[in-house]
Ligand binder design. Sequence first.
Ligand code: NAD
Length: 322
Amino acid sequence: MSRTEDTEAAEAAEAAEVKNIAFVGLGNMGGPMAANLAAAGHRVVGHDLSADALAAAAERGVVAAASAVEAVADADVVITMLPAGRHVLALYRDGGLLAAAAPGTLFLDCSTIDVADARTAHEAVAAAGHRGLDAPVSGGVVGAEAGTLTFMAGGGAAEFAAAEPLLAVLGKRAVHCGAAGAGQAAKICNNMILGVSMVAVSEAFVLGESLGLTAQALFDVASTASGQCWALTANCPVPGPVPASPANRDYRPGFAAALMAKDLGLAAGAARATGVDAALGLRAAELYEEFAADGGAERDFSAIVQAIRERSGADITGVDAT
Ligand code: NAD
C-alpha cells in the first residue's frame, strides 16, 4: 500500500469504528443529534437534567444515565450540547466529568458559548490529560434532525480529524477554523453578520412601505442587486416574495429571536473585550435583546420587522401589493 492508501485505510477504519459516546444535554438540538449517532451504530449513553428530554432520547436509542458522570464512565468521546459556557465549565470541573473520564478522552463541545469560556474549557480539558474541540453548529433543529448541520471547529488538527467521522454523521459540512475557540469565534462572527443584515433588510422594507413601494418590487430589485443577502433571499422578513420564509407562517421559527439575541450578546461581549468598534453589531444586540424581552423571544428573528414597523408608526402597513 502507498502512504496515501495507508492514510485512507486508517481514516476508513476510524470512520467505521463504533464509538462509546457520552452525550450530555439532550434538548432541542442534543436530543436528535444523540439519536442520529445511535442510529449510525454508535453506543450513546446520554444524560439531561430534564427527565422528559432523557426519556425522549431513550426512546430513540440512547442509553439513559442517571448522571453526567455515569454517562462518561466508558466513553471514548464526550459530547456536550448545553445552553451556555457556565454549564459546560461547571460540568467539566465541579461536575466531575474531566475527573471521571479515561485519560485521552475527546471532549467535543457543540454548544454555542463565549469564546473566552471555550478557551478556558480547552485549557481545563488539556490540564486533565484529555483532548478538546469546540464545534458549535448552524442549521437549527431541522438540521439536527436531518443530520445536515454545519460544524465550525476550534482545536488541534488531530482532534478535528478524530471528531470528523462523528461530525459526518451529524452534519453535511465541518470546517476546521483554527486553534481553541476558533469555532465559537466563527459562529458569533457569522451570526453578527446575520443579525445586522436582518435588521438592515427589515428597515429597508419598512422604509420602502413608507415610500409607497411594494415588498415584491423591492425584493425583485434588491435580490438581484447589491442588497442581496441570505436574510433577504432565504429568510425574507415580509410575507410574499419568498414563500418558504417564516414570515409566511406568522413568524414561527426558523431561528428564534431569543437565540439570535443570545448569539449577538456573545458577539457584543467579545467585541467589547477585544476593543473592536462593532457599532452595528452592538446596536443589533440591543435591538434583539429588546425584541426578545418584549414578547418576541419565541418568534422567528425576522419578526423584528414588525417591531421596526410599530416604532415607525402604524400607517405605513397598507401598501397594496397588487
Ligand atoms: P435546549 O434548552 O433545548 O437544550 C439544552 C439542554 O441542556 C436542556 O435539555 C437542559 O435540561 C440541559 N442541561 C442544562 N444543564 C445541564 C446539566 N448540567 N446536565 C445535563 N443537562 C443539562 O437548547 P438547544 O436549543 O438544544 O440548544 C443547545 C445549544 O445549541 C445552545 O448553546 C444553543 O445556543 C445552540 N444552538 C441552538 C440552535 C437551535 O436552533 N436551537 C441552533 C444552533 C445552536
